[in-house]
Design a protein around this ligand. Structure first.
Ligand code: PBG
Length: 342
């Protein structure tokens, strides 16, 4: 018998069998390299100025909530151990303007929501708020639109004020999601000048111009708004959000934002950017969040509704993969579902 035949006969000699550790659930759990805990989760919520819940068609299972509904969700987050909520306001079109000034009104929907949540959950659940103008602009862009261009520096000046308004309303962390250059430094300076040194900045540092934000834009009504921007020659966000082809550029974005004072950085979307999450975490070793965005959620929900996927398992697997790639925390619409399972 030749040597290769002898080696091919499993069982005759001691051999490494990786399947041994996969035999029982307790053993698989014991040797699991990664896990997701409710503390790793941030729950994004949509708030509107209406009395009733309103389902978001492209995000089955997610509703636009009245302020009271958000307060209740924050209380649920606390009891489930979810670390934080991320709030997104749905602004009626009559309150949207070309320059989105309503973002700066200290009595606007998001500010009233922050106050109501703070009154309920205090500092027990983090309140994270986007800094960007898209909920408030008629054209749906994150910045000011001048002569067919999203102007950088003028937008940054408005975002500084928006961040201060949000901080004064009581949010814990502001999250610039606009992708203007230099905004983190400017926002940090504005917060500090207004005695808001304790307010953290989570920068959407590597945010790609992604097709996976579609359902979110429907939820906010900014999709239709972006459609109107088409006539102005700027129907997409590719002049400020990143090109999906790039990875080195993501590291430069993160490096700049950290240098400018970001406390936490985010990669977005998550599942199509696992390599980016990995590189960011490996390179910088800073608190790194990832956003499993609306389109990622919608895909799983749609396939589940058709009976094509086991939705519970798919949701957990996707979030685990994001964690495994290096994310310290994950923004996910599945947060309560996953928190209940883990
Ligand atoms: C707005 C913003 C977007 C998302 C979070 N903040 C959409 C966009 O940039 O157009 C997307 C989140 C999601 O799709 O779940 N600046």
């Amino acid at each position: 018998m030749s040597t290769s035949e002898t080696r091919g006969s499993l069982g005759r000699f001691p051999t490494t069998r990786l399947r041994r550790n996969r035999q029982y659930e307790w053993l698989r759990d014991m040797v699991a390299e990664t896990s997701v805990s409710p503390h790793d989760l941030v729950w994004p919520l949509f708030v509107h100025d209406k009395a009733e819940n309103e389902p978001i068609v492209a995000m089955p299972g997610v509703d636009r909530l009245p302020i009271e509904g958000v307060v209740k969700a924050a209380a649920d987050a606390k009891s489930l151990g979810i670390s934080a909520i991320a709030l997104f306001p749905v602004i009626p079109s009559q309150q949207k303007t070309v320059d989105g000034e309503h973002a700066l009104d200290p009595e606007n929907l998001i500010c009233r929501t922050i106050q109501a949540v703070r009154a309920e959950t205090g500092n027990d659940v983090g309140i994270i708020c986007d800094v960007a103008l898209d909920p408030y602009t008629t054209h749906g862009h994150d910045g000011l639109l001048k002569n067919g261009c999203i102007v950088n520096d003028e937008t940054v000046a408005v975002l500084q004020q928006q961040a201060v308004v949000l901080a004064q309303a009581g949010c814990h962390i502001v999250a610039p999601s606009d992708m203007m250059d230099g905004r983190v430094r400017a926002i940090r300076a504005a917060l500090d000048e207004n005695q808001k040194e304790e307010i953290g900045i989570l920068s959407y540092a590597a945010k790609y111009a992604s097709a996976f934000y579609g359902p979110f834009r429907d939820a906010l009504g900014s999709h239709a708004a972006l459609g109107t921007a088409k006539s102005l020659g700027v129907a997409d966000k590719k002049t400020y959000q990143m090109d999906s082809a790039n990875t080195d550029e993501a590291l430069r974005e993160v490096a700049f934002d950290l240098d400018e004072g970001a406390d936490l950085v985010m990669v977005k979307p998550a599942m199509s950017c696992l390599d980016i999450i990995y590189r960011v975490k490996q390179t910088f070793g800073v608190p790194t969040l990832a956003y499993q965005v609306s389109g990622e959620y919608a895909m799983i929900q749609a396939a589940t509704a058709n009976g094509w996927l086991d939705g519970d398992r798919a949701a957990v697997e996707a979030v685990l993969a994001i964690k495994r790639s290096g994310a310290d925390a994950i923004l996910t619409y599945f947060a309560p579902k996953i928190a209940r399972q883990c």
